[in-house]
Design a protein around this ligand. Structure first.
Ligand code: FES
Length: 119
């Protein structure tokens, strides 16, 4: 099931990837930061800012496919790996390094200092 397994010493554990069905995303609130985690049908995991830079739509509710997410409000597409918009003038997304542990937990490594307040 797991695609990229690269354990990190200091990472925020967001729980089992099995909670996110293939082809979907989920929003996590980490401190004051909204993060969208996506689980692609190719069993890859990506993390971006939670809200679309256009009008703050919840990106985790967008359609996921071909390594991209389509914003659920107005249809801007973003590359999940780079955050870059695809075919639109939207601003790029912030992306976060995310990995899976050996046991399939989602590990977010860049904003671990906020981990005490994951919701
Ligand atoms: S809110 Fe995402 S494209 Fe408009």
């Amino acid at each position: 099931m797991a695609a990229t397994i690269r354990p990190r010493r200091e990472a925020c554990n967001l729980g089992p990837i099995a909670r996110i069905p293939l082809g979907e995303g989920r929003t996590f609130q980490i401190g004051g930061v909204s993060v969208a985690v996506f689980h692609t049908r190719q069993h890859k995991v990506f993390a971006t800012q939670g809200a679309c830079p256009h009008c703050a739509a919840p990106l985790a509710d967008g359609i996921v496919g071909a390594g991209k997410v389509v914003c659920p409000f107005h249809g801007c597409r973003f590359d999940l790996a780079t955050g870059e918009p695809v075919g639109s003038a939207c601003r790029p997304l912030e992306t976060y390094p995310v990995f899976l542990s050996e046991t399939g937990d989602i590990l977010l490594s860049e904003i671990h200092s906020l981990c005490g307040t994951v919701r």
